[in-house]
Design a protein around this ligand. Sequence first.
Ligand code: ASP
Ligand code: MG
Length: 457
Amino acid sequence: MPKIVVKFGGSNLRSKEEIHRIIQVVRNYNQPLIVVVSAFYGVTNYLIEALEQARHDESVAARSTQYLFDLKIGILKHFITDQKLLDETVAAVQQQLADLGKYLQGIALTGDASKGLEDHVLSYGERLSAIFLTGILKSQGFEARSSFPEAIGLYTDGEFGNASADFHLSTNQVRESLSEDLIYVVPGFYGVSKEQKTTLFGRGGSDYAAAALARCIGATSLDIWKDVNGFLSSDPKLVSNPVLIEQLSYNEAAELAYFGAKILHPRTVEPLTDPRIPIRVFNIYGTLAVTAPLTVISREKSVQSGVVKSVTYSDDFGLLKLKGPGVGLKPGILAKVTTALHHAGINISSVLTSQISINILLAKKDLQNAFAVVSAIELSAVGKLQIEDDISIVAAVGHGITDNYGIAARIFTALASDGINVLMSCSGASPIVSYYLVQSSDRSGAVKAIHREFFEK
Ligand code: ASP
Ligand code: MG
């Protein structure tokens, strides 16, 4: 019975070299596993485009299924020398592509796709990856089996595009379905509703899917393989000597991911926190030793000297500003605005208010829509509605940030000495993060200044 869930991302499936490395990793584990895979690098974005084009172009179905077939076939032939296994694997790939083609054709015929159909179409990247990797692992002598979420009972709350796992429904069935001593290969990114409809866990959601499975089986760890060196004190593209963070708490990892660290989906820790299942982060370009993770994320909360563990940033947020001389004291504005945004399916990341301005922090992609939604509400106290999209967030994360005096002072001083103006700041929203809004053109400078202050002195 597998006790470890291992997740490989799309960037681990790019080339023959990387697939050789995956095979070596699976060999090094030397035990039954649940392997969760993402779509090939870029395939989810490709499917999103195909879905859009299919609404008005009938030829997309044939073109895109051919493209996806060509993307896989070379590598499959390279690894699978046994003709029977190759035929079997290719047939399974073709079956998936035939189904995908039918759905795209249906969209072309009706010119429309429901949310459920959209989720279903976008899940094909992961489905194909699972079949692909199963064939390759079999060709190397492993006993491997593709196990799809609908077959193993990974159930969700049914929300399309942004589902959460339903552990009451899933746990026993998943545990029973994945109990043999072999390598199960499960497509990430989605689970199914009670009605067996595909529901996505949101972009980047394969990490979350892997975490959900780890919880269901009571795994000893969730091992995430990346193509970078674990969690670092900042982005190596911006700072020259980032420090490796060997240990993070669940909350620190969640905040880092929320504020832009690309290494993990922010929701990955959710299913793992209660059962205390650690996440171990590895680099596929490292030693491939499965006992030596770069970063371990667990319930252990440590305050390190200097307090700040990492400086991260995101360019994906923007502000919706509601201005008026008395908006701060007028009751009911936020109630109306947040209700309208909720009905439009727009998530609010933060709200910072004063007497003359209410600032709502949103994902940049939602700004225009939010502007339209809020413009349509009757708000007599609001004189001006404004969007600010030329901003970035820089965040310092670490246990102890709000319990220790002087941290914010050091951050402000470091920024000021580099001539960087802070537009807004927020400390104390959670006890482990302090974040700063700056002009986008100041973002890299701000990250460098804060990193220098805490790590390069
Ligand atoms: N392929 C999906 C995405 O790009 C899920 C994932 O990679 O985690 O969002
Ligand atoms: Mg990912």
